[in-house]
Each structure stands twice: as C-alpha cells, then as structure tokens.
Design a protein around this ligand. Structure first.
Ligand SMILES: Cc1cc2nc3c(=O)[nH]c(=O)nc-3n(C[C@H](O)[C@H](O)[C@H](O)COP(=O)(O)OP(=O)(O)OC[C@H]3O[C@@H](n4cnc5c(N)ncnc54)[C@H](O)[C@@H]3O)c2cc1C
Length: 321
C-alpha cells in the first residue's frame, strides 16, 4: 500500500500536523516507512524537503508558480503525482490547507474521501476509517469505495514518527508550468504577526472565554500565562464572535482541534462545541467562578474562583519558581 502525504510547511520545516500525518501513514503501511512518500511543493523549499527526508522518501516539486499554496495549481500537481506514482492513499493533515487542496485533488482524481479521521481498523483487506461526528458525540466507522482514497487526519490521531538516522531519497518532479491552471492568483498575505506558536502546535495552550471582559484582559491574563510556558493562546467562540479575539485562535467544533500536553481553560463554560476541540488534551486545568460549569467534568484540575484573582496569582507563582 503506497501512501502519499501532502506536506504543509512554513517554507522551512514541516508543520506538526504533517509529521503526525506521516506517523499515521506509517501505521497504515504496517510500519514500512518506504511505502510512505512525502510530497513537498513550493518554491525554494529544499530545507523542507531535507526535513521531510528524515522521515522517508520525498518527491519535491519546486517552481516559482507553486510559491503560494493556490488550491487549483497544487491540487493539479498533486493529482498528477498520485496518478504517475500509482498512489493508493493520498493523505494530509486535517486543516484549512488540506480542505482546500486535497478535496480538489480528490475531485480531479474521482477518488473516495474521508475527512477529519482519528483512527482506522483493518477488516480483512478493508480499511475502516473512524471519524467523529456531531461535535464528537459519535464516532462514525466509514468504508470508502473507489480509488484512490483521499484522507485527512486529525493532528491528534498519531505521534510524529521516529526520524531516520540517515535521510531518505529526495526526487525532484518536473513541473510543466504552462499547463498549470491560472484561474486564481496570490495578491498578498495579511497575516497577524505573533511571537506565540500556533494553537495546534503548542505543548501548552491557554484559552480564554467569555469570563474575560476585554482584549487587553485577554492579552494580559491569558497571553501572560501562555508566555510563562512559551505556549499558545486559544479562545472560545464567544470571544471570537464578540470581536475580542481573532478567529484563528478559536478552539472547538468550528475552530481548531488541539491535544496539547497542558490545556488551561480560563473563564470557559465547557460547551460541547468547545470540548470537541480540546477534550483529548493530556492534562486539562479549568478556572471558573461557577463550580457547576461543565468544563469541570473534563478537567483534571479545577480552580473555582474569579479568574481576575486566580490568573495573576498563577503568573506570580510561575515567576517566583
Ligand atoms: C454550530 C456551533 C458551533 C460552535 N462552535 C464552537 C467552537 O468551535 N468553539 C467554541 O468555543 N464554541 C463554539 N460554539 C459556541 C458554544 O456553544 C458556546 O456558546 C461557547 O463555547 C461559549 O463560550 P464561553 O465558554 O467562552 O462562554 P460562556 O458559555 O458564556 O461561559 C463563560 C464562562 O465564564 C465563567 N466566568 C465568567 N466570569 C468569570 C470570572 N470572572 N472568573 C472565572 N470564570 C468566569 C462563567 O461561569 C462561564 O462558565 C458553537 C456553537 C454552535 C451552535
């Protein structure tokens, strides 16, 4: 079984979701890393390819016309590679990037797709994919009919695999730029610079909810606590909808799914849609003034009290250590 993982990267290294997807793929290939190829696309991305080659073989498509991950171009190249390499499963991390590109590649290939997969079982020759539905209230078991299979995998579904002692091969693929679709162009990226890691990649995530009254309070308390751990900040949807936090911080059913080593929920009630995005975190700490808040049902450690008193105290203790 040959699996192709489309790399999501920052121009330098693979993103954590992709390394987890490589770990998941290795399980699919019964531990045979040579059956898992990573497809690195972009412009001047040799360092990404070097990073990917520490996990297994790499196909590198480097061209100025692929500098930005425009879905029509990247999907076209990806679909061509799937066909030329006789790939059985095209796989990527479950993310906005993959939703954009892999769905389109699946359409070009006419394959069968399962998104947001968290695991799989073998039933004879069949693979039975598991994917959460209804905000994680049920887990659906899905069998895909068709070929190739297109699958996106939650970053929490597998660990990053061991890196090889010596890197695997990096094989360039030729890009026929004249045949690339040109219906979309990249005008620019209006990014929000932050010194903090992305919420999906951090070891520690501190999230704030409606208990926070202003953006300044969020930054001072939630941001301040996160910085003590070199962690990321997250947000409930209530704060995003109120315009107090940007939507790329939202954790939950319609936000990002995270499973850090430590998740600290500050002034968050624990609605089922929020829990869907963080309940698999290794250790959960909740700060809430309501002792009956549902967040305490999933919390390993709960602190009942006013976050405006408790969080400064936590920061003070951490600074004293
Ligand atoms: C289709 C759909 C999708 C959704 N997707 C998401 C999603 O992805 N992510 C998400 O988060 N939500 C999502 N929601 C919204 C979700 O249902 C909740 O409304 C939201 O999570 C509530 O956010 P909250 O916990 O911050 O606010 P609230 O539920 O209002 O809770 C605020 C909490 O703060 C506590 N509090 C208040 N003041 C203090 C204080 N001074 N000190 C300590 N504690 C205090 C309160 O006791 C309360 O428990 C979705 C809803 C729908 C319908």
């Amino acid at each position: 079984m040959h699996v192709l993982v489309l790399a999501e990267h920052d121009g330098d290294r693979l993103r954590a979701g992709t390394t987890a997807a490589l770990g998941f793929s290795r399980q699919l290939a019964n531990g045979d890393g040579d059956q898992v190829t990573c497809l690195v696309l972009g412009d001047s991305v040799a360092t990404v390819a070097d990073d990917a080659a520490t996990f297994g073989p790499v196909l590198l498509g480097s061209h100025a016309d692929l500098a930005e991950p425009l879905a029509d171009r990247w999907a076209e190249v990806t679909a061509k590679v799937v066909q030329s390499e006789s790939i059985d499963i095209l796989l990527g991390a479950s993310s906005t990037f993959s939703r954009d590109i892999l769905g389109r590649a699946g359409g070009l290939l006419g394959g069968a797709m399962a998104s947001d997969v968290t695991g799989f079982l073998r039933d004879g020759d069949r693979l039975v994919w598991q994917r959460p539905m209804y905000a994680g209230a049920v887990t659906a078991s899905v069998v895909l009919h068709g070929s190739p299979l297109i699958v996106t995998v939650r970053p929490t579904a597998a660990e990053t695999p061991e890196r090889r002692s010596s890197p695997a091969s990096i094989t360039p693929i030729s890009i026929d730029s004249g045949r690339l679709p040109g219906s979309t162009g990249h005008l620019g990226l209006d990014g929000r610079p932050s010194h903090r890691p992305d919420v999906t990649e951090a070891r520690v995530v501190v999230s704030g909810g409606r208990g926070l009254k202003t953006t300044e309070d969020f930054e001072r308390l939630v941001g301040g606590l996160a910085d003590r751990f070199d962690g990321a900040t997250g947000s409930s949807r209530a704060l995003v909808d109120a315009g107090l936090t940007p939507n790329d911080l939202q954790v939950g059913q319609t936000g990002k799914v995270v499973a850090p080593e430590l998740y600290i929920a500050v002034g968050i009630s624990g609605a089922v849609q929020h829990l869907a995005g963080m309940k698999n975190s290794r250790v959960i700490v909740a700060v809430n003034s309501d002792p009956h808040a549902p967040i305490f049902e999933v919390a390993d450690y709960g602190i009942v009290g006013d976050l405006y008193d408790i969080v400064p105290e936590m920061i003070q203790h951490l600074d004293a250590d």
